[in-house]
Design a protein around this ligand. Structure first.
Ligand code: IPM
Ligand code: MN
Length: 368
């Protein structure tokens, strides 16, 4: 693909409604869920009259085992030119944990400066939640997770490694620019979402008296320009408590990278599990990447039993992000129809349907 400027790319895709999508099926069950996601997105594109051009990349454990390559610089450069990236899963049982996660997933987030990780926590109709007495009206919030800094920045080191005096340091990096752009995004998002117009900052200001002092100050400062948004602060431990006890309390939560990682797994569980939880790694000025938030699930690989709905929901987010709002919402609506009326469970192997049948069910619901 010839290099395009951002403006050229935007102009081109608005005029033609043809989107260049890099697809990274990745490891484990990634390829199976991405196959179903593509099937559904193709159906949505056909219905709404736009086109998706898929550009597959074989990044992942198999390629690493063969070539020792995780993410070649040439691939990163090609990815800078697409309209979006659609990712399955990264993580392989024969590769030391961390190599692929850091070498591919985190590096993509960092290199493409995808500074927001947007993770909706929404209980769809008919989906089982471990929270007794909670229904879809109680569980519908979004976590805005900072995605390029904090403890994930890779700053630290060892002293006297392997000795009894060993020291390990891992530093949380919080830049004024990084914190501010994340918080601004969260305020804008809360306003556009236009639900309860409430933004909660989740931190640990009583202990992280430097890092989260910065977060708190920036939050209060930015809040001044958003008088229509109600603001609130919660410590991360209390946040976990409220997510279980009173999830209806939340509309949008903004938090740092590590806390965002942790609370969104809790969020995934209360919305019905990893089978449904999706997220977007966003660079609002660049290239964004959409993924189911669960892992590569090696034990289910190749069995056609994994739930593809999380990947399908990630695809729905991608369409909305590309400006194909109607198609994105239609996909989400189709998912809501089948979770409510068809699937017995969202767990792998217990859905009452195979992976590909679930994809077909969504396609059929879309056609109605
Ligand atoms: C996630 C994952 C990643 C993270 C891992 C695989 C590095 O848990 O997307 O939440 O910690 O961000
Ligand atoms: Mn995680």
């Amino acid at each position: 693909m010839a290099t395009r400027t951002k403006d050229q790319a935007t102009a081109q895709r608005t005029a033609t409604r043809t989107y260049q999508i890099a697809v990274i099926p990745g490891d484990g069950t990634g390829p199976e869920v991405i196959r179903e996601g593509r099937k559904v997105l193709e159906a949505a594109a056909k219905r709404e009259g736009f086109a998706l051009n898929w550009h597959p990349y074989d990044l992942g454990g198999e390629r690493y085992l063969k070539t020792k390559e995780t993410l070649p610089a040439s691939v990163v450069n090609e990815l800078r030119d697409v309209d979006a990236i659609y990712l399955g899963a990264i993580g392989h049982p024969d590769v030391t944990p961390g190599i692929l996660e850091q070498g591919i997933l985190l590096r993509l987030r960092f290199e493409l400066d995808q500074y927001i990780n947007l993770r909706p926590v929404k209980l769809y109709p008919g989906v089982w939640t471990p929270l007794r007495d909670k229904t879809p009206e109680h569980i519908d919030f979004v976590v805005v997770r900072e995605n390029t800094e904090g403890l994930y920045a890779g700053v630290g080191g060892f002293l006297k490694k392997g000795t009894k005096d060993e020291v390990a340091l891992q530093t949380s990096v919080n830049t004024r620019v990084g914190v501010e752009r994340c918080i601004r995004f969260a305020f804008e998002y809360t306003r556009k979402r236009a639900k309860r117009k409430k933004l909660t900052l989740c931190g640990k200001t009583n202990v992280l008296t430097y890092a989260h002092d910065l977060w708190q100050r920036v939050f209060n400062e930015v809040a001044k320009s958003y008088s229509d948004i109600q603001t609130e602060y919660t410590h991360v431990d209390a946040c976990c408590m409220w997510m279980v006890k009173n999830p209806e309390w939340f509309d949008v939560i903004v938090t740092d990278n590590m806390f965002g990682d942790i609370i969104t797994d809790l969020g995934a569980m209360i919305q019905g599990g990893m089978g449904i939880a999706a997220g977007g790694n966003l660079n609002p000025e660049g290239v964004s990447m959409f993924e189911p938030i669960g892992g590569s699930a090696p034990k289910y690989t190749g069995k056609n039993v994994i739930n593809p709905l999380a990947a399908i929901c990630a695809g729905s987010m991608m369409l909305e992000y590309l400006g194909e709002t109607k198609a994105g919402r239609a996909v989400e609506q189709a998912v809501m129809e089948i979770t409510g009326k068809k699937l017995k469970s969202l767990a792998a192997g217990k859905m009452g349907y195979s992976t590909s049948e679930v994809g077909d069910l969504v396609v059929n619901a879309l056609a109605r």
